[in-house]
Design a protein around this ligand. Structure first.
Ligand code: SF4
Length: 279
Protein backbone atom coordinates (compact mmCIF):
# COMPACT_ATOMS: atom_id res chain seq x y z
CA UNK A 1 0.00 0.00 0.00
CA UNK A 2 1.34 3.43 -0.94
CA UNK A 3 0.18 6.50 0.94
CA UNK A 4 -0.77 9.71 -0.84
CA UNK A 5 -1.58 12.71 1.34
CA UNK A 6 -4.55 14.90 0.45
CA UNK A 7 -2.36 18.02 0.66
CA UNK A 8 -0.31 16.68 -2.25
CA UNK A 9 -3.50 16.11 -4.24
CA UNK A 10 -4.76 19.64 -3.48
CA UNK A 11 -1.45 21.25 -4.47
CA UNK A 12 -1.17 19.21 -7.65
CA UNK A 13 -4.72 19.90 -8.76
CA UNK A 14 -4.42 23.62 -8.02
CA UNK A 15 -1.30 23.84 -10.23
CA UNK A 16 -2.90 21.74 -13.00
CA UNK A 17 -5.93 24.02 -13.13
CA UNK A 18 -3.81 27.17 -13.35
CA UNK A 19 -1.51 25.66 -15.99
CA UNK A 20 -4.41 24.26 -18.02
CA UNK A 21 -6.02 27.68 -18.20
CA UNK A 22 -2.89 29.56 -19.26
CA UNK A 23 -0.96 27.07 -21.33
CA UNK A 24 -2.49 25.67 -24.52
CA UNK A 25 -1.15 22.13 -25.16
CA UNK A 26 1.56 21.94 -27.86
CA UNK A 27 -0.52 19.69 -30.11
CA UNK A 28 -3.39 22.21 -30.14
CA UNK A 29 -1.07 25.11 -30.91
CA UNK A 30 0.58 23.08 -33.68
CA UNK A 31 -2.83 22.22 -35.13
CA UNK A 32 -3.81 25.90 -35.13
CA UNK A 33 -0.54 26.81 -36.86
CA UNK A 34 -1.01 24.00 -39.40
CA UNK A 35 -4.58 25.02 -40.16
CA UNK A 36 -3.41 28.64 -40.62
CA UNK A 37 -1.54 27.38 -43.70
CA UNK A 38 -4.67 25.63 -45.03
CA UNK A 39 -7.17 28.42 -44.45
CA UNK A 40 -8.14 30.48 -47.48
CA UNK A 41 -10.68 32.93 -46.07
CA UNK A 42 -9.11 36.26 -44.99
CA UNK A 43 -11.28 36.49 -41.86
CA UNK A 44 -10.46 32.85 -41.04
CA UNK A 45 -6.73 33.57 -41.35
CA UNK A 46 -7.10 36.64 -39.17
CA UNK A 47 -8.92 34.66 -36.45
CA UNK A 48 -6.37 31.84 -36.51
CA UNK A 49 -3.57 34.42 -36.22
CA UNK A 50 -5.37 35.98 -33.25
CA UNK A 51 -5.82 32.59 -31.56
CA UNK A 52 -2.14 31.72 -32.02
CA UNK A 53 -1.05 35.13 -30.74
CA UNK A 54 -3.48 34.83 -27.83
CA UNK A 55 -2.03 31.43 -26.85
CA UNK A 56 1.52 32.84 -26.88
CA UNK A 57 0.55 35.83 -24.75
CA UNK A 58 -1.35 33.63 -22.27
CA UNK A 59 1.69 31.36 -21.94
CA UNK A 60 4.16 34.23 -21.56
CA UNK A 61 2.13 36.43 -19.23
CA UNK A 62 0.43 33.58 -17.33
CA UNK A 63 -3.04 34.95 -18.04
CA UNK A 64 -6.15 32.91 -18.96
CA UNK A 65 -6.52 31.82 -22.57
CA UNK A 66 -10.21 32.77 -22.48
CA UNK A 67 -12.55 34.69 -20.20
CA UNK A 68 -14.62 31.50 -19.86
CA UNK A 69 -12.22 29.47 -17.73
CA UNK A 70 -14.58 26.53 -17.81
CA UNK A 71 -15.98 24.00 -15.42
CA UNK A 72 -13.32 21.69 -14.02
CA UNK A 73 -13.86 18.14 -15.32
CA UNK A 74 -11.55 15.68 -13.59
CA UNK A 75 -10.72 12.18 -14.81
CA UNK A 76 -9.13 10.46 -11.84
CA UNK A 77 -7.51 7.02 -11.95
CA UNK A 78 -6.95 5.67 -8.47
CA UNK A 79 -4.60 2.73 -8.13
CA UNK A 80 -5.93 -0.07 -5.93
CA UNK A 81 -2.70 0.00 -3.92
CA UNK A 82 -3.06 3.69 -3.02
CA UNK A 83 -4.21 4.70 0.44
CA UNK A 84 -5.39 8.33 0.67
CA UNK A 85 -4.35 9.85 4.01
CA UNK A 86 -5.04 13.14 5.78
CA UNK A 87 -8.62 13.49 4.57
CA UNK A 88 -11.10 12.46 1.90
CA UNK A 89 -10.35 12.26 -1.82
CA UNK A 90 -13.54 14.07 -2.91
CA UNK A 91 -12.92 16.94 -0.52
CA UNK A 92 -9.32 17.22 -1.73
CA UNK A 93 -10.48 17.40 -5.35
CA UNK A 94 -12.95 20.11 -4.44
CA UNK A 95 -10.36 22.07 -2.47
CA UNK A 96 -7.75 21.79 -5.23
CA UNK A 97 -10.32 23.13 -7.70
CA UNK A 98 -11.24 25.98 -5.35
CA UNK A 99 -7.60 26.97 -4.82
CA UNK A 100 -6.77 26.72 -8.52
CA UNK A 101 -9.56 29.05 -9.58
CA UNK A 102 -8.94 31.45 -6.69
CA UNK A 103 -5.14 31.63 -6.86
CA UNK A 104 -5.09 31.67 -10.66
CA UNK A 105 -7.57 34.60 -10.72
CA UNK A 106 -9.75 32.50 -13.01
CA UNK A 107 -13.41 33.27 -13.60
CA UNK A 108 -15.80 31.48 -11.27
CA UNK A 109 -18.65 30.07 -13.34
CA UNK A 110 -20.49 27.46 -11.27
CA UNK A 111 -23.88 28.12 -9.75
CA UNK A 112 -27.06 26.55 -8.53
CA UNK A 113 -29.01 25.53 -11.66
CA UNK A 114 -32.39 26.60 -10.26
CA UNK A 115 -31.65 29.80 -8.35
CA UNK A 116 -28.73 30.80 -10.61
CA UNK A 117 -26.67 32.04 -7.64
CA UNK A 118 -22.92 31.81 -8.27
CA UNK A 119 -21.01 29.76 -5.68
CA UNK A 120 -18.02 32.08 -6.12
CA UNK A 121 -15.31 29.40 -6.12
CA UNK A 122 -15.97 27.32 -9.25
CA UNK A 123 -16.70 24.19 -7.24
CA UNK A 124 -17.79 21.48 -7.45
CA UNK A 125 -15.67 19.87 -10.12
CA UNK A 126 -17.20 17.09 -12.21
CA UNK A 127 -15.32 13.98 -11.07
CA UNK A 128 -15.03 10.74 -13.04
CA UNK A 129 -13.28 8.26 -10.75
CA UNK A 130 -11.92 4.97 -11.99
CA UNK A 131 -10.20 2.25 -9.93
CA UNK A 132 -7.17 0.81 -11.72
CA UNK A 133 -4.42 -1.63 -10.76
CA UNK A 134 -1.21 -0.22 -9.29
CA UNK A 135 -0.04 2.34 -6.77
CA UNK A 136 -0.38 5.60 -8.64
CA UNK A 137 -2.97 8.33 -8.67
CA UNK A 138 -3.48 10.00 -12.03
CA UNK A 139 -5.42 13.25 -12.34
CA UNK A 140 -6.43 14.69 -15.70
CA UNK A 141 -8.06 18.11 -15.78
CA UNK A 142 -10.20 19.40 -18.60
CA UNK A 143 -11.29 23.03 -18.23
CA UNK A 144 -14.47 22.78 -20.27
CA UNK A 145 -15.93 25.96 -21.71
CA UNK A 146 -19.66 25.81 -22.12
CA UNK A 147 -19.90 27.30 -25.61
CA UNK A 148 -18.94 23.84 -26.87
CA UNK A 149 -20.67 21.95 -24.06
CA UNK A 150 -24.00 23.64 -24.79
CA UNK A 151 -23.86 22.45 -28.41
CA UNK A 152 -23.02 18.83 -27.47
CA UNK A 153 -25.68 16.13 -27.72
CA UNK A 154 -26.55 12.55 -26.79
CA UNK A 155 -28.99 10.55 -28.89
CA UNK A 156 -29.99 6.90 -29.03
CA UNK A 157 -30.78 5.36 -32.40
CA UNK A 158 -32.25 2.06 -33.57
CA UNK A 159 -29.56 -0.19 -35.11
CA UNK A 160 -31.12 0.22 -38.58
CA UNK A 161 -29.59 3.71 -38.72
CA UNK A 162 -26.23 2.05 -39.37
CA UNK A 163 -22.80 3.64 -39.23
CA UNK A 164 -23.42 5.86 -42.27
CA UNK A 165 -26.48 7.28 -40.48
CA UNK A 166 -24.40 7.83 -37.34
CA UNK A 167 -21.73 9.74 -39.28
CA UNK A 168 -24.44 11.88 -40.92
CA UNK A 169 -25.81 12.68 -37.47
CA UNK A 170 -22.39 13.76 -36.16
CA UNK A 171 -21.98 16.14 -39.11
CA UNK A 172 -25.51 17.47 -38.51
CA UNK A 173 -24.76 18.16 -34.83
CA UNK A 174 -21.50 20.00 -35.60
CA UNK A 175 -23.24 21.94 -38.37
CA UNK A 176 -26.02 23.00 -35.99
CA UNK A 177 -23.40 24.15 -33.46
CA UNK A 178 -22.06 26.62 -36.05
CA UNK A 179 -20.27 29.57 -34.48
CA UNK A 180 -21.69 28.92 -30.99
CA UNK A 181 -19.05 26.32 -30.12
CA UNK A 182 -16.17 28.74 -30.88
CA UNK A 183 -14.63 26.97 -33.89
CA UNK A 184 -12.24 25.59 -34.92
CA UNK A 185 -13.49 22.83 -32.65
CA UNK A 186 -12.42 19.38 -31.59
CA UNK A 187 -15.13 16.75 -31.88
CA UNK A 188 -15.35 13.90 -29.38
CA UNK A 189 -17.65 11.10 -30.49
CA UNK A 190 -18.86 8.26 -28.28
CA UNK A 191 -20.60 5.33 -29.98
CA UNK A 192 -22.12 2.54 -27.90
CA UNK A 193 -22.63 1.83 -24.20
CA UNK A 194 -25.81 3.36 -22.84
CA UNK A 195 -26.97 6.96 -22.44
CA UNK A 196 -24.35 8.07 -19.90
CA UNK A 197 -21.51 5.82 -21.07
CA UNK A 198 -21.73 7.26 -24.59
CA UNK A 199 -21.51 10.77 -23.15
CA UNK A 200 -18.58 9.82 -20.93
CA UNK A 201 -16.44 8.23 -23.65
CA UNK A 202 -17.18 11.12 -26.01
CA UNK A 203 -15.86 13.60 -23.48
CA UNK A 204 -12.92 11.42 -22.46
CA UNK A 205 -11.87 11.04 -26.09
CA UNK A 206 -11.00 14.75 -26.08
CA UNK A 207 -7.98 13.93 -23.92
CA UNK A 208 -6.33 12.15 -26.83
CA UNK A 209 -3.49 13.93 -28.58
CA UNK A 210 -4.30 15.53 -31.93
CA UNK A 211 -2.98 13.15 -34.57
CA UNK A 212 -3.55 10.00 -32.49
CA UNK A 213 -6.03 7.85 -34.36
CA UNK A 214 -8.31 5.18 -32.91
CA UNK A 215 -6.31 1.91 -32.98
CA UNK A 216 -9.11 0.11 -34.87
CA UNK A 217 -8.52 0.85 -38.59
CA UNK A 218 -12.22 0.97 -39.48
CA UNK A 219 -12.85 3.53 -36.73
CA UNK A 220 -9.77 5.55 -37.69
CA UNK A 221 -11.23 5.66 -41.19
CA UNK A 222 -14.50 7.01 -39.75
CA UNK A 223 -12.50 9.71 -37.92
CA UNK A 224 -10.83 10.74 -41.18
CA UNK A 225 -14.16 10.82 -43.04
CA UNK A 226 -15.74 13.00 -40.35
CA UNK A 227 -12.73 15.33 -40.25
CA UNK A 228 -13.03 15.83 -44.00
CA UNK A 229 -16.81 16.29 -44.00
CA UNK A 230 -16.83 18.68 -41.03
CA UNK A 231 -14.11 20.84 -42.57
CA UNK A 232 -16.17 20.99 -45.74
CA UNK A 233 -19.11 22.53 -43.87
CA UNK A 234 -17.63 25.99 -44.44
CA UNK A 235 -18.28 27.18 -40.87
CA UNK A 236 -14.66 28.27 -40.54
CA UNK A 237 -12.74 29.91 -37.68
CA UNK A 238 -15.05 31.93 -35.47
CA UNK A 239 -17.96 30.79 -37.64
CA UNK A 240 -17.18 33.47 -40.23
CA UNK A 241 -16.66 31.01 -43.07
CA UNK A 242 -13.59 29.13 -44.19
CA UNK A 243 -12.00 25.75 -44.64
CA UNK A 244 -10.98 25.15 -41.01
CA UNK A 245 -13.95 24.15 -38.88
CA UNK A 246 -12.40 21.36 -36.82
CA UNK A 247 -8.89 20.50 -35.66
CA UNK A 248 -9.58 16.86 -34.80
CA UNK A 249 -12.23 14.16 -34.54
CA UNK A 250 -11.83 11.45 -31.91
CA UNK A 251 -14.14 8.43 -31.84
CA UNK A 252 -14.35 6.02 -28.91
CA UNK A 253 -16.62 2.99 -28.81
CA UNK A 254 -18.09 0.73 -26.12
CA UNK A 255 -20.17 -2.47 -26.42
CA UNK A 256 -23.90 -1.79 -26.49
CA UNK A 257 -27.32 -3.48 -26.51
CA UNK A 258 -28.68 -5.24 -29.64
CA UNK A 259 -31.60 -2.79 -29.71
CA UNK A 260 -29.58 0.42 -29.91
CA UNK A 261 -26.76 2.61 -31.20
CA UNK A 262 -26.14 5.29 -28.57
CA UNK A 263 -24.30 8.32 -29.94
CA UNK A 264 -22.78 11.21 -28.03
CA UNK A 265 -21.02 14.16 -29.63
CA UNK A 266 -19.00 16.35 -27.31
CA UNK A 267 -17.84 19.52 -28.97
CA UNK A 268 -14.77 21.23 -27.59
CA UNK A 269 -13.93 24.81 -28.51
CA UNK A 270 -10.58 26.03 -29.83
CA UNK A 271 -9.51 26.80 -26.25
CA UNK A 272 -8.87 23.12 -25.58
CA UNK A 273 -7.34 23.30 -22.12
CA UNK A 274 -6.21 20.16 -20.37
CA UNK A 275 -3.30 18.96 -18.22
CA UNK A 276 -2.45 15.84 -16.26
CA UNK A 277 -0.23 14.65 -13.42
CA UNK A 278 0.64 11.32 -11.85
CA UNK A 279 1.25 11.04 -8.10
S1 SF4 B 1 -16.51 27.96 -25.58
FE1 SF4 B 1 -14.28 28.01 -25.31
S2 SF4 B 1 -13.48 29.66 -26.59
FE2 SF4 B 1 -15.71 29.90 -26.41
S3 SF4 B 1 -15.95 31.33 -24.72
FE3 SF4 B 1 -16.10 29.28 -23.82
S4 SF4 B 1 -14.00 28.71 -23.26
FE4 SF4 B 1 -13.87 30.51 -24.57
Amino acid sequence: MREVHVQEIIRTLRDLIIRANTDLPDDVLLALEGSRQREESPSGIQILDDLIRNARIAHREKVPLCQDTGMAVLFVELGQEVHIVGGELNQALEEGTRQGYREGYLRKSTLDPVERINFGDNTPPIVHLEMVPGEQLKIRVLAKGFGGENMSQVKLFPPAVGMEGILDEVVKIVSAAGPNACPPVLVGVGIGGDLEQAALIAKKSLLRKIGDENPRPEIAEMERKLYFRINNLGIGPGGLGGRVTCLAVFIETFPTHIASIPLAVNIQCNSHRHKEAVL
